[in-house]
Design a protein around this ligand. Structure first.
Ligand code: ACO
Length: 428
């Protein structure tokens, strides 16, 4: 028997049987619930989309209660251990792990598109000397749409694939140029003999040496961080990508909007907040007093808690392991001791345990980035590079989903009722 939800409307005494699919009811099925035939019908009120599924997706699965994260069914732990970022991006974008031949072709395609048009570099040179790298990143990605007008052809599979390759290939170059610009150093051209992460490090940090020597530990650490950040289903920036894309804007414009959503401190900026918090605490002796303050409602323990994960964020477990490897190369970040002590206390303290507050992905990532030499301003940019794969995959899934239309939420109007215009000389 088909599953249904029976709703009784106390206003009319009528009963409605609403079909249940995948544990959900269709919001539009509620529209039949009305008191008078001329009415619009019942809607749901759900600010911040706390309980609304806006799409069906085959890309990323999260079980927040048990701390599970899977891309296309593959556990994040296995991908972080055995895959590399480009392979994971392929998986997220195309649904399956690539064969050897597909991996080779994919890597070659990406490698061949890493260069930026000279006019894009010139455009970036025009930014103010102290421009925030994320602001530069967002603007430059948006500007790409003026260079690739073929991207408007969003219903062509070939065009979508070409824009996908361009975007995945060029975001590290844009990110590196934004960084070099912000520190007043010349841009480094991509080195196509290096890996995705290795080339990124080269574009960021090469000085006068003819060939940049990539440290394999840092290269692998960055690649794993990229894998961990590649997608996270319907978060704020991904929903933005889908929303903008639903108006059939080109992928560069949509992705610039998604990156702008990521810029906010509640989304891509939390690891920066963690570093500021650790710096403010200053020493391990001050940790108990800080925890006491947080428990008293004065501030939050940044990097703890998550809207979805109500247990240890699986990405945090992996990041903690990487941190040890990175610190062996770079030397320990002096803030690490404070972070470990905070975690030790919070994990046994009833305030945090009873609210299911555990370290999230951002608790340790900032410490690693800082140890690798990245300034705090670069943190959201480092997030945007791998998330580009997720954004494009979600955009394409939205475009090819027959259930989807232009996104257009409803509202409950609570403003003034109709009133007549009063000329300015008669207003009080
Ligand atoms: N420190 C102290 N208390 C906290 C924290 C925290 N980090 N997070 C939640 N709480 C408390 C709240 O005060 C609330 O307590 P109460 O029931 O006594 O009022 C309870 O836990 C539930 O908190 P909510 O705000 O309702 O949880 P929500 O799911 O809305 O928030 C969020 C999730 C925003 C991530 C929150 O945990 C937070 O602010 N964490 C710190 C910021 C952070 O690390 N953000 C990164 C998230 S990961 C990412 O975006 C990539």
């Amino acid at each position: 028997m088909a599953e249904t939800l029976t709703i009784t409307d106390n206003r009319t005494g009528k009963q409605y049987d609403v079909p249940i699919h995948d544990g959900t009811i269709k919001a539009t099925d509620l529209r039949q619930i009305k008191v008078t035939p001329g009415e619009f019908g019942m809607m749901t009120y759900d600010p911040a989309f706390m309980n609304t599924a806006a799409c069906k997706s085959r890309i990323t699965y999260i079980d927040g209660d048990t701390g599970i994260l899977e891309y296309r069914g593959y556990p994040i732990e296995q991908l972080a251990e055995q895959s590399d970022f480009l392979e994971t991006a392929y998986l997220i974008l195309f649904g399956e792990l690539p064969t050897n031949a597909q991996h080779e072709e994919w890597t070659r395609d990406i490698t061949q598109h890493t260069m930026l048009h000279t006019n894009i570099s010139k455009l970036m040179e025009g930014f103010q000397y102290d421009a925030h790298p994320m602001g530069m990143f967002i603007s430059t990605v948006g500007a790409l749409s003026t260079f690739y007008s073929d991207a408007k052809n969003i219903f062509s599979v070939e065009s979508r694939r070409l824009q996908t390759i361009r975007l995945i290939a060029k975001v590290p170059t844009i990110a590196a140029y934004a960084y070099r610009h912000s520190i007043g150093r010349p841009y480094n051209l991509p080195d196509n003999d290096l890996s995705y992460a290795g080339n990124f490090l080269n574009m960021l940090f090469r000085m006068t040496e003819p060939r940049y020597q990539v440290n394999p530990v840092l290269e692998r650490a960055l690649d794993v961080l990229f894998i961990l950040h590649a997608d996270h289903e319907q978060n704020c920036s991904t929903s933005t990508m889908r929303n903008i894309g639903s108006s059939h804007a080109d992928p560069y414009s949509s992705l610039a909007g998604a990156a702008a959503a990521l810029y906010g401190p509640l989304h891509g900026g939390a690891n920066e907040a963690v570093l500021r918090m650790l710096t403010e605490i200053g020493s391990i002796q001050n940790v108990p007093a800080f925890i006491k303050r947080v428990k008293g409602g004065d501030g939050r323990l940044m990097g703890f808690g998550h809207r979805v994960y109500k247990s240890y964020d699986p990405r945090a477990t992996i990041i903690k392991r990487i941190a040890d490897l990175v610190f062996d190369v770079t030397g320990k970040n002096p803030l690490l001791e404070i972070a470990l002590e905070l975690e030790r206390i919070a994990l046994v303290d009833d305030y945090f345990v009873s609210r299911k507050l555990y370290p999230n992905v951002d608790f340790y990532s900032g410490l690693i980035y800082q140890a690798m030499g990245f300034p705090v301003d670069m943190f959201p940019v480092l997030f945007a590079i791998p998330r580009t794969a997720g954004w494009i995959a979600q955009w394409e899934e939205m475009l090819t989903d027959p259930d989807q239309k232009i996104a257009r939420p409803r509202q409950i109007y609570i403003g003034p009722a109709k009133r007549d215009y009063v000329s300015r000389d008669k207003r009080k």
